[in-house]
Each structure stands twice: as structure tokens, then as C-alpha cells.
Ligand binder design. Structure first.
Ligand code: BGC
Length: 721
């Protein structure tokens, strides 16, 4: 490894900030590196421009489906293959660090950048994020897991504080990061712009050093989001290694002066420099990059991923797949695809399929007509109407004020359906849109989210049944904006975002409140049908293995995504009704039966109570086709690691009464105290909030402090035995 110990302070400080917008400095034995967005394609700028949001000047690269689409595959193996292709393109284009994946939780459907994130669920986000990292790093390019952490809105993103309690942070917002760091070992993490409980992520020692490095064992480099560093000295002290972009040496001088004044330990600067050097060694850019990548093969992979991402939301009367017929294609997204989001992730694609061309190709001799309005529908046997959000409605940098589709699109659909009842809707959008009217009007709906450059071909593949859809929603489609968990707490007010819904994010919220939704998390149909036949659970040291037997009862080959949710009938803490703990998939020929094995880690059953705790008790496990389509259920009783805390003087009567062992000891003592005259249990119910130490006062001195100590010893002794 390039040795940075011999570098002087000025040189070490220089390594900790960029040379330009996209490069690090070459200092002594440490070479310069190139960092580039990410995540669904390589956006390598051709000119040394500082306008990082200008997209016209980047090299052509494959535009794979953005995270919103990729997540709907629920397919880590496919995501890993996409990651490998991204890594290869990075190497050809001279990129050492690809800035992705984005694994922030979709807390609210209005967040303008949700298209760059995977899901409202941390288990799904973590599994897909880890696969992406494995793919990219497998070919020697660093991933930079972002945006760490609790960056869930665009409004005021460079200042606002995400005010979140620790349990919610750990269980929802940090959980996917923890999973990816522990299992896929990314070489870099990008800290976010926002503050967390008042402290900027870039200056947050608890986040960057105590949790990320200390608890999770991260051994890579922490880079700032672009322009996220308000105080470089505080950031280095907190554990930031690299400030991007370069500051022309200004913040390097701040660091040197702070060390000289004794305000910053020299060791912190040396450690950061060492991590920059380590990353330069890990990314093997210099060791013979291939001269080109196979653009055709990558386009095909983009098409495969896009087709797998499409969700069949409804299909009344088996309208799909299209049978030979005269087809009217309506709506401008059929010729001008909406296939990626705006902002720093915007890729210059190697080519671009349009759905109209691809439908014509697959329709063969059948007539396909196209128009941008309604009236054409009447002349055909089937209408395919393209709806969605225009590019200007959503982007990095701002949030949406609402989740509606443009009113004129609903009108277009209404008119089409009135002329042609056999109407299929194809949706394009980065953030969730309200779909109640679409679902009421159209007999068949395909959700394409954003599908990347080969989306047009993928849509045609699914429309004609060349691909049997198997995508599943990675986010709930709520009935209306007013129902969403953060409705009253989004985005921020006077610099603070209150995460008041706590752990009840996404389906956890809709289920706990028993709210109707238009389409639930995990939903997606197929052109065939599946029957869930059996479910078994085996327990081992690290968790459970759930085995589900599934039969294809239809007449087509198809892939089924099996989801495992857990819940507890009785718990000491607030719990979601059920939460995702694992998923897997299997492909079956018609009439055949197969088995899918799904590992469930113990951590995914745990809750945070100053540490991860697996509660002892009865767990329900469901094998499900969506969060609301529960097919099979079984229960397991687990011995947890939740050794009860000893009772103290501050424990309440209520807490003691919740413990079956301590209750008789306490009630006996209380009966003695009251001369056996009253019904102690009833009385105790009434004053359950009373801390034990206050009993002395309430008893008029009859229950002494010594009595209390003796009672505590007896109760705790029985608990331990
Ligand atoms: C974005 C990051 C991106 C960086 C570099 C920032 O504005 O938040 O996601 O990687 O710019 O373009």
C-alpha cells in the first residue's frame, strides 16, 4: 500500500480534499482518482467542466433502470449483474469510484429523489444495495454507498436537521446501510448534506466513527457529498476522509492551521490520508483497463432488467398479453420515453429504445397506429395508453407538492376508455403517483416506473408476453396523499424535519392504521397463477430458514417472488403489524411445483433498545405474495437475548406486574402492608405508574426503605433463577 506516513502535514491534509470537481490529488506515492455518478449509469464528464448538473457533456454509457425500476425486480442476482456491467463501464471510462448505490429509505412519496432510491423497506433496500456493491467492486471499482444518513427530502437538504429518535434511526434509516457495510464491505461511503439531530452528517462523529467504523467495522473511505462540508476541521475530527469537490486548497490550510494550534489531532489527518491511499490501492484502475465495453450486451442486460422491473398492477379479463390485433398506441411517452430522473444521476445513454418502435417490431404484420390524443382508440381492437409524470415534475433538488398525475392525462385515459374498453395503461414515473382513478378506469395497468434506455423494448416484451411479468412494488401506492405517514411532518419547518411517524414508515404505517391503499407494497401479478402449498421453518444459530413450496397452476412459465413477513402477537415494544424479513423467487413451468428457501437473519427479527434485542416469544411468519396478500402462516417460539433488566427503585408497579415471576412476590408484600384488607391487584392496577421508591411515602412510613431493598433482592433473585 502507498505509504502516507512519510508525508508531511501539508501533504496529508492535501490528500483530504479533491483536486477538481471529479478527481483527487496525486500526492507523493498516492495516485489521483476519478469519482463519477452513478448510480444507474456512468456519467463521466468529457470536459473538465464544473457544471456538474449539466448532462450534455458526458461520455455515452448504458443507462440501466434507475433504482426505482431496478428495485421492482426484487432480484439481487440481476442487480449484481447490472453492478458488474456498471463496474466494467467505469473501468473503460477511467473511473475509480462510482457514486452509488443510493439506499435512503423512501419516507415520503413526495421526495424528489425517490427515483434514485430502492424502497420504503430497509430489508429490500439492503439486499439490493449489497448486490449492487458486490457487482461493481467485483471488477475493481469502488462503490460509494450514499447518502449517509437520514437524507429523505430534497427541500433545504443542505441545512435541515432530520430529527429522529435512535430506535427509528437504527431500525429504519440505518438498517440498510448496516446490512450493506457488514455484508458487502463497500470501499467508500458518502455522507449526506443534512444534519442528524442537529449535527451535520459530515461532522457527526457518532455516525461516521462510533457507528460506521466502531460498530459495523467499516474500513473504507468516507467522502462528503458534493459541497456538504461546512467546517472541514470539525469534519476531519468526526471521521471524514475526503472533501469533494476540491476547494482550491482553502480547507487544506484550515486543517494544517488547526493541527498547528492544537485544535485537531495530527493523527486524525494522518488516518484520513491513509484511507485515501488505501482506496487508491484498492481501485486497480492502473492495472490495464479494457479498451471498450460491449454496448450491445449491456443494452440487452438493460432490457432484461427493465422487463423484470415491470409490475402488472391489474389485468381484468386477462386482457394482457396482447393477442394478435389492431393496436392503437396513445400518449407521447410511447415515442419520447421518460426513462430516468433529473439531476446528478442523469446518464447520456448509448442508445434509446422507444416503446412504439418496439411494439411495431413485435406486432409483425398487425396494424399499429399512433397518436398523441384520444380518438384513435375507437379504430383499433386494443388501446395502449402511456401515462406518467413529465420530467419537469420531479428531480433531484426539489420535492413534489402532490402525488397526482397531470389532470389532462386522466382526461386522456377517460376518453380512450370511453371509446375503447380494451385499454391497457403503461405508467412512467420516478416517484409514486396516486392511481385510484387509473385503476378504476383501465382494465389492465403495467407499472414501468423508470426503466432506463431499453425500457421501450422491455415494455413491448411484457405487452406481448415474451416476458411474463414478475416485478413487485417496492413502495405502497397510497389511496391519497393525506394518508401517507409523514403527511404532517414533511419536509422541514424552520430547519427541522420531525420524524414523528417513527418506525411506522411505508406499509408498516398503513397496516398499523388499517388504511386502505390502492396497491400494497410487494404487489404484482403474473400471466400465470401460483398456489402456495406448504411452509416450513428451521431454526439455527444465525436465524431461520423458511422453506415455501409453490405450484404454477396456470398455463405459462413464470417467476414468483415469495415474501416472508414476521410479526409478534405480544411484544414489550411497539411493533409494526408485520415487517419484511426475507424474500426469494423461483421460476416454474406450468403444472410444476418447486421449493424456495429463504434465509431470515436473527437481526431482522430484532428491535433496537440501546442494542439489538431479539425478544423471546412467539413469532408469526407469513409467506406472502404482497404485504397484504398473505398466503400461509406459521408460528415459531424463539428464545431471545432479551435477559430482563433487573428491577430498581425506579421500576414502576406496572412494570413489576407485567412480570409473572415478580408479581406474586409484590402482591404478597402489598397484602401484608394493607393487613390483607384490600384487593391488592386491583389497587395496583390503578396506581401502576408509581415507582417502587414512592411506596414508602404512600404507605405512611409502614413500607420502609429497607423493606424496598429486601423486596428488590427477592424479586431479582427469582428473575435470575
Ligand atoms: C448529489 C450526489 C452526487 C454528487 C456528485 C450531489 O449533489 O447529492 O448524489 O453523487 O452531487 O454529482
Amino acid at each position: 500500500m502507498a505509504d502516507t506516513e512519510d508525508l508531511d502535514l501539508v501533504e496529508q491534509a492535501a490528500l483530504g480534499s479533491g483536486a477538481t470537481f471529479w478527481t483527487t490529488k496525486a500526492v507523493g506515492p498516492v495516485r489521483s482518482m476519478v469519482l463519477t455518478d452513478g448510480p444507474h449509469g456512468v456519467r463521466k464528464q468529457i470536459e473538465s467542466s464544473t457544471e456538474h448538473l449539466v448532462t450534455g457533456h458526458s461520455a455515452a454509457a448504458t443507462c440501466f433502470p434507475p433504482a426505482v425500476g431496478l428495485s421492482q425486480t426484487w432480484d439481487p442476482d440481476l442487480v449484481e449483474r447490472v453492478g458488474t456491467a456498471l463496474g466494467r463501464e467505469s473501468r473503460v471510462l477511467g473511473v475509480d469510484v462510482l457514486l452509488g448505490p443510493g439506499i435512503n429509505i423512501k419516507r415520503d412519496p413526495r421526495c424528489g429523489r425517490n427515483f434514485e432510491y430502492f424502497s420504503e423497506d430497509p430489508v429490500l433496500s439492503g439486499a439490493l444495495g449489497a448486490a449492487w456493491v458486490r457487482g461493481v467492486q467485483g471488477v475493481g471499482v469502488a462503490a460509494s454507498l450514499k447518502h449517509f444518513a437520514a437524507n429523505n427530502a430534497e427541500f433545504d437538504r443542505m441545512r435541515a436537521s432530520s430529527d429522529v429518535d435512535e430506535r427509528t434511526l437504527r431500525e429504519i434509516y440505518l438498517r440498510a446501510f448496516e446490512h450493506v457495510v457488514r455484508t458487502a464491505r463497500p470501499w467508500s461511503v458518502m455522507c449526506s448534506y443534512n444534519r442528524i439531530n442537529g449535527v451535520y452528517a459530515a461532522q457527526n462523529r457518532w455516525l461516521l466513527t462510533d457507528v460506521l467504523r466502531g460498530e459495523w467495522g467499516f474500513d473504507g473511505l468516507v467522502v462528503s457529498d458534493w459541497g456538504a462540508v461546512a467546517d472541514r476541521v470539525a469534519a476531519v475530527a468526526a471521521g471524514l476522509d475526503l472533501e469533494m469537490p476540491g476547494t482550491g486548497g482553502v480547507s487544506d490550510r484550515d486543517v494544517v492551521e488547526a493541527v498547528e494550534r492544537g485544535d485537531l489531532p495530527r493523527a486524525a489527518v494522518a488516518a484520513a490520508a491513509g484511507r485515501v491511499a488505501r482506496l487508491a490501492d484498492r481501485t486497480r484502475q492502473s492495472s490495464g483497463a479494457p479498451p471498450s465495453f460491449d454496448a450491445d450486451a449491456h443494452h440487452l442486460l438493460a432490457r432484461e432488467a427493465a422487463a423484470r422491473a415491470i409490475v402488472l398492477l391489474k389485468n381484468d379479463g386477462d386482457l394482457l398479453p396482447l393477442r394478435p390485433s389492431r393496436i392503437a398506441v396513445i400518449g407521447r411517452f410511447a415515442t419520447q420515453p421518460r426513462y430516468q430522473g433529473g439531476g446528478s444521476s442523469h446518464v447520456n445513454p448509448t442508445r434509446l429504445d422507444t416503446a412504439l418502435d418496439e411494439i411495431r417490431r413485435l406486432a409483425g404484420d398487425h396494424e399499429v397506429t399512433y397518436a398523441d390524443d384520444a380518438r384513435l382508440a375507437a379504430t383499433a381492437d386494443t388501446a395502449v395508453v402511456f401515462l406518467g409524470l413529465p420530467a419537469e415534475a420531479e428531480s433531484e433538488g426539489f420535492d413534489r407538492p402532490h402525488i397526482g398525475l397531470p389532470a389532462e392525462q386522466i382526461e386522456l385515459l377517460r376518453e380512450a376508455v370511453s371509446l375503447q374498453p380494451r385499454t391497457v395503461v403503461v405508467l412512467s414515473h420516478g416517484g409514486v403517483v396516486r392511481l385510484d382513478e387509473v385503476a378504476a378506469l383501465a382494465p389492465a395497468v403495467l407499472d414501468g416506473a423508470l426503466l432506463g434506455q431499453a425500457g421501450g423494448g422491455a415494455i413491448a416484451d411484457v405487452l406481448f408476453g415474451d416476458v411474463n411479468p414478475s416485478g413487485r412494488l417496492a413502495e405502497t401506492v397510497p389511496a391519497r396523499l393525506q394518508d401517507v405517514p409523514a403527511y404532517l411532518n414533511f419536509p422541514s419547518e424552520r430547519g427541522h424535519t420531525i420524524y414523528g411517524e417513527r418506525i411506522f414508515v411505508g406499509y408498516r404505517w398503513y397496516d398499523a392504521r388499517d388504511l386502505a391503499v390502492t396497491y400494497p407494497f410487494g404487489h404484482g401479478l403474473s400471466y400465470t397463477t401460483f398456489d402456495y402449498r406448504g411452509m416450513e421453518v428451521a431454526e439455527h444459530d444465525d436465524g431461520l430458514t423458511v422453506t415455501v413450496t409453490v405450484a404454477n397452476t396456470g398455463d405459462r412459465r413464470g417467476r414468483e417472488v415469495v415474501q416472508i413477513y414476521a410479526g409478534m402477537t405480544a411484544s414489550r415494544v411497539d411493533r409494526p403489524t408485520r415487517w419484511l424479513v426475507g424474500f426469494g423467487s423461483l421460476t416454474l413451468e406450468p403444472g410444476t411445483t418447486g421449493v424456495v428457501e429463504i434465509p431470515v437473519s436473527r437481526t431482522d427479527l430484532a428491535h433496537w433498545a440501546d442494542r439489538w434485542v431479539v425478544e423471546s416469544g412467539e413469532y408469526m411468519l407469513w409467506a406472502a405474495a404482497s404485504s397484504r396478500d398473505l398466503r400461509l402462516r406459521t408460528t415459531v417460539t424463539l428464545t431471545g437475548d432479551d435477559a430482563p433488566e433487573p428491577f430498581t427503585r425506579e421500576s414502576t408497579l406496572g412494570e413489576v406486574l407485567a412480570d409473572p415471576v415478580a408479581t406474586p412476590i409484590l402482591t404478597a408484600a402489598m397484602a401484608e402492608l394493607s393487613g390483607g384488607g384490600t384487593e391488592p391487584a386491583g389497587m395496583l392496577d390503578l396506581i401502576g405508574a408509581l415507582p417502587l421508591e414512592r411506596l414508602a411515602g404512600f404507605s405512611g412510613g409502614r413500607f420502609t426503605r429497607d423493606d424496598l431493598e429486601a423486596l428488590l433482592i427477592r424479586m431479582n433473585a427469582h428473575r435470575d433463577s
